[in-house]
Ligand binder design. Sequence first.
Ligand code: ZN
Length: 270
Amino acid sequence: MKFTVGFQTQPLNPMQSMPRQPVTRSNHPCPCLVAVQFPHRNLTCTYFNDRFELHPGDRVYVEGKLEGHMGQVTHVDYNFKIKLSQYKKVIGMVETRVKGRFIAVGNHLLTRDAHTLPYEQARTWFLPPDTDEEPYVSYSDGEHFPLRDLTQFNVDPEVAQEGHEIYMEDQVVYWEVDHTKGRAIVNTLQPYEIEFTYQDGQISNLTCGCYHAGVCMHRVAAILQLRESLSLLEQNKPEWLNEEYLAAVEKDAFVEFAMHNQHPVNVTLE
Ligand SMILES: [Zn+2]
């Protein structure tokens, strides 16, 4: 069955039902002051913005005390006179425009087009921009295991159980394999970024940004989700396993971000 999803989305809440205009990208957005609402903190604050074309309804990240929290633009003002030193800035925008083809595989939507929902875009749905300039230090012990046989995946049983629960709750909200480079986002109470290498059916260089020493539950969950998605793909679309690029997004996250925004959805579901 093939059908096209192509409709204007329904507003999620009154705030999102404000008048909307198409978002246009520009290298030189007009400077503006924006009111940003943070529902979880019950706060609305004003920020200076000269990096993004913003409209009411857009979701953004800011600097200052609310850094790391996603807020929603409620008002944009192009007439202002301020002292810049008194304002914090908008530092990131949640990019919700998605265009391309997906197939439903379990509770995820899969694409083989690297431009449809790339990691950098999906990352904005779950994580604030990385403003820390300190470089990452990483090291790999060279350990690897086949994705098909996780008995060789050396995990503490308790961690394996926790990882299994995260996986069962569909908290592995995104994964991407680009040639051999794999990345995933696991959205538990906090979102974590997982990286791995997937080559010749083997997983190696598996890391997570959390503080757990040793294999953590996020890594377990990401691997379980990748295994499930690829095994369902093998049953339904085996030819896709030959693709050099695959990415998957969890359905509820897709609906929340890609379909409840101010852009017409331009996605085909096969
Ligand atoms: Zn972790």
